[in-house]
Design a protein around this ligand. Sequence first.
Ligand code: DGJ
Length: 728
Amino acid sequence: MDIFYDSVKKIFHLQNKNISYVMKIIKDGYLAHMYFGKRIEEYRESNPIAFYDRGFAPNPDPEDRTFSLDTIPQEYPAYGNGDFREPAYQVELENGSRVTDIRFKSYKIYDGKPKLKGLPSTYVENDSEAKTLEIEMEDKLIGLNVILIYTIYKDFDVIARSVKFKNNGSEIVNLRRALSASVDFRESDFELITLYGAHTNEKNIARRPLVPGIQKVESSRGASSPQQAPYLALVRKNTDEDHGEVYSFNFVYSGNFTAEVQVDQYCNTRVTMGINPFDFSWILEQGESFQTPEVIMTYSCNGLNEMSKTYHDLYSTRLCRGKFRDKERPILINNWEATYFDFNADKIEEIAKCGKELGIELFVLDDGWFGKRDDDKSSLGDWIVDKNKLPNGLNNLVDKITSFGMEFGIWFEPEMISENSNLYRKHPDWALHVPGRKSTVGRNQFVLDLSRKEVCDYLIGAVSEILDNPKITYVKWDMNRHMTEIWSESLEPKRQKEVAHRYMLGLYYILEKLTSKYKDVLFEGCSSGGGRFDPGMLYYMPQTWASDNTDAICRLKIQYGTSLVYPPITMGAHVSVVPNKQVGRITPLTTRTHVAMSGNFGYELDLTNLSKEEKKEVKNHIALYKKIRSTIQFGDFYRILSPFETNETAWNFVSKDKTEFVGMYFKILSESASAIRVLKFKGLNEEFSYENLETNEVFRGDELMNAGITIDRVKEDFISKIWRFKKI
Ligand code: DGJ
């Protein structure tokens, strides 16, 4: 990996063993984008920008009608002086003008990767793992400096990009748009992949050809959201899981975002990604600066599985942090679908005890343990145990459950406040609200104003009171409504459009404090399921509850879509009862288990209601998961058959040293005249001989990947099959 600068040709080339990214300073200091893609050994400008007189295109130089910002590929395009495509940024000045003109000023190249103050980001453990280029652009007239930051990793095929704005001028600059990345491709022969969904239907895959004009996904909900994910990929028509080019973009941020693709009049494609400019602005007083979150861009020439592997490897080792990053995660039992709000200490103990007998390692007490929370109408904000439900207190319950060898975890929804709570009665202004206007409720609750330091500090204190008990070793951090009436008591009118981003900075501040204070606590993110499943959250909490939909068949799509970007170890997945509580479907226990085992495994049902036979089965499943857990959680994941395209789903997990693998196959509906399926595993070592641990048959990796294995026909709906192979 290296970053070269050719001072004669004025070319920057970021390169590792698989990818290259090239920029060039052209005419009077504009920064042009020259190339992103497969590694080029030496870039000698075989693809110079062709300058033509494009009719009525605006020209900065009246003597040169061939030069127009509207027609050249740019690195960080401005608004207002000739490029009519989507700009990467825009500012408003004191005189009301919105035009800037940034030109190259200086650059620096250094080992390692900088931390982004107050923001989540990928990182290095050693400076030799990555190199960073900072290019400083300047608008001399107003003293605005824009620093474009690019990091290339040695072992991951990614470029991490972010931008820092510095107001070195004498007037106030109002930042109206401050995106993190913009890439111009000199072609438009792509298809666009995005992830969309809803509560209980997260991470569906959408794929469509690009058309002229703007195609965009975004969130203005105050969270990255289940509706659209902060991710997009450009792929070729023939790209599939294992072949073809993929350029992908993922935003390391948990709030409002935009991800846009614009195909212009000459069939160029511009991709932009960053904080959603809708309802955003940020005042930069003299000397102040603004750091954008980062975008992780990947390139793969071997299809979507390779793109996913890049994200999985990067995120599980250089985004997630803390003691649990490299630790096998506990199998848990959560009481939410078992009891909802209706439980007492005895019931909880019974479920936990039963879990222990079956081999489960962690009990998680979900919503309803605090205030007077017998339904979702009250008590958020009052993080004090409800003595009606737990008469001997929380710590007594923790002692009991941990005394029989189980770990104890607890649910919080700290970012919220119920109107019916002591906290709201004391501090009604702590909720986001607009003075004089009625506030909208969502699940009967308001959103706390985390742009205010005193609110953040209160939450750190309230959560700490509970977590000071060292026997609590897991937290489920929930967030169940989006932002409305966004306004803060603490900010002057001209700064009100900063609130949504200041909220995120407040949340990140709280999470940084708590996760570094409670290093032995495993944090799991949640937002009505996978509503805030994004890399920003994974920086603080190394796993996320993937969906409130626990139906095995729905989960095939949810987990398949989620796996495009996020590794299985980050994906909370639980076995629940049938008929399923979200969709009413009845599926076999093994199928439910195999789907849940494909992620971060747990249970969410009243274990005490299981029959003797079911308990026996569950015990065996848990024993099996413990054997395959490290391959699933730390191995490589390959998608084989897609639930979005077929009546089947298949995937396999291969240990990093390729000595073990686990394959899984699911058939949704039984068919009378279906083909006899042969399943071809992926990612094995061709030369290794692998033994099927069930049948003791031995096959070489090349045969298992190319000829595949025959799947027996089963005349039943919703069936699943698992294989375990080990190198002999
Ligand atoms: C939404 C979460 O996604 C559920 O798992 C559960 O924790 C409920 N909130 C509790 O209110």
